[in-house]
Design a protein around this ligand. Sequence first.
Ligand code: FAD
Ligand code: SIN
Length: 523
Amino acid sequence: MNPSCGGAGIWRQRADVVVVGTGVAGLAAALAAHRRGRSVVLLSKAPQGEGSTATFYAQGGIAVVLPDAFHDDGDSVDAHVADTVAAGAGLCDPVAVRSIVADGYRAVTELVGEGAHFDESTPGHWSLTREGGHSRRRIIHSGGDATGAEVQRTLNHAAATLDIRRDHVALELVLDDAGAVSGVLVLSGDGLGVLHASSVILATGGLGHLYQATTNPDGSTGDGVALAMWAGLPVSDLEFIQFHPTMLFDQGSTGRRPLITEALRGEGAKLVDARGNPVTAGVHPMGDLAPRDVVAAAIEARLAETGDPCVFLDARGIADLPARFPTVTAACHDAGIDPTRQPIPVVPGAHYSCGGVVTDVHGRTAIDGLFAAGEVARTGMHGANRLASNSLLEGLVVGGRAGAAAAEHAQTSRPGRVVTPSAPQRPVASRAELQRAMTRHASVVRTGTGLAELVDVLDAAPARTIKSHRDFEDAALTAVAKAVAAAAQARTESRGCHHRADFPATDPAQAFSRTLVPEVAGS
Ligand code: FAD
Ligand code: SIN
C-alpha cells in the first residue's frame, strides 16, 4: 500500500485491492487476494471487530456435503443442490448452486487448515445436524450453536497481519472515465478520503435494519446494495427478504434480537401456539423442518388467527440442551427464560437478504473491477428463499473466488482518469419512520395498498449532503427500502419469502428474477 496526500482536503491512498467488509466473505476474499501477492486494504465501518458482523452471530452451522467416506446417509452434492433449488421456489440458478455447493468441502477444509474446529460426534467425525429444508443431516457446527464465532475467530486470526481499517465507512464507489471502478470514497476519523484500487470487493453483508426488529447486527443497513445502485449496477431478488421463523420474542423490543437457531428443530424441538397446538401440522410434509419461508408464513397465519403476540418453541425434550446450544441457552437466561423448563417465545424476524448485487459465482459484477460476495450479492444460489446454513458456505466459496478474481484483475488492469468525488447528496428518511413503515408494510405478508403507503413515506424523504456515518446508513436504508418496495410491488404473486395477501397464489408466469434499474431506487 502506498500512502500519499491529495489536494482539495481529501486524503488519498492506494492499494491493489480494497475489500469493504470484514465478515466471512470479506476476509475470505482478502486472504485470497493477499495470497496472490496483491496489496490489500480491508474496511470496516464498525469501530471494533467483536460482534460487528453477521458472521460472528451465526449459530446453526455450515451446510456442506462431506466426501463419501465421512457419511452414511446417502448425502451427495446432487441432494444438496436439489434441496437448495426446492427451497428457492423456482428462482435459483441451478448452475450457480451446483458450482458453490460442489466447492463447499474444499472451502471448509481450507478453513480447518487455518485452525477452525468443528464439533465431532466421535473422534475424527464431524457431528452433523439438520435444519429446515434439508433432506439430510449435513450441517457442521462449532461450539454447539456458536459456529459464526469460530468462523470469524479463524478468519480474523488468518488475516491478523493484513491492513484492516476500522471505523472507515465506504461512502461511494469511485469510477474512472471509462466506467471501471478505481477506488472507494471513505469517511474516517481523518475526514473524507479516497482509497484508489483497480479492484474493489463489496462484502458489506445484509440489510436487516430496514425493520424495527432483526437478528442482524447494527451495521446491517444495506450499504453495499446502495453503493452498487448509486454506481448504476443492477440488483435483483430484493423482494425476497427472509424472516427467520424463530427470533426470541419480547414485546416491543427493537434493534438486534437474539436468534433461536433452527438446529433446535433439527434436534427435535417443536413449534406450538399458546394453547400447545402444533403450528405447522398439515402445512408441509417436512412439518417444523419445512423451508423457512413456509414455517414463517405458518406462524404469521397462526398469530393472525389467534391474535397472540408470539408462538413457542418447545425444546424441553432435547436432553443436553445447555451443552449443545449454549448461545441459545444464554440468550434465554438473559430474557428470564429457562429453556429446559419453559417453551421459548418466538416470532419471525428479519434475517437475511436473498437478493442483492447481481454477480456471477466468482463475484464479478457488471462494472469492470468491481466484485461483490456474501450476503450483499445475488449469485443465483438462493432464489426466492435461502436454504438454512447456505450463507456461510456461499461467503466462504464466493468470497475466496472473488478475492482471486480481484487479484488477477488488479494485476492486469490499466487505471483510467479519475474524477475526484465529493460528499454526495442523497434522499434520507427518518430511520424510525422507515423501519416502522417497512415493518408494517413489507414484512412476511404484504399487500399492494400497504406497499403504496410505504412508497409514499419513502418518496417524502428529503435529500441532504452525507456528512456522517449515521447519515450514510440512513441514506443507504432509504435507497434499499425503495428498491425492496419496488420489487415487492412488481411481484404480483406469492413465492418464497414474498407473500402478497392480495395475490396469494404462485404465478408460473412470474418464475423469473427481476432486475431493478438503479433509478428505481430513487438514487
Ligand atoms: P457480514 O458478516 O455481515 O459482514 C459485513 C461487514 O461489512 C462488516 O464488517 C461491516 O462492518 C462491513 N460494512 C458494511 N457496510 C460498510 C460500509 N459502508 N463501509 C465499511 N464497512 C462496511 N448463515 C449460515 O450459513 N449459517 C448460520 O448458522 C447462520 N446463522 C445466522 C445467525 C444470525 C443471528 C444471523 C444474523 C445470520 C446468520 N446466518 C447464518 C447468515 C450469515 O451469518 C450471514 O449471511 C453472513 O455471515 C454474512 O456474511 P458477510 O461477510 O456477507 O457479511
Ligand atoms: C439458524 O441457526 O437457524 C440460522 C441459520 C441460517 O441462517 O442459515
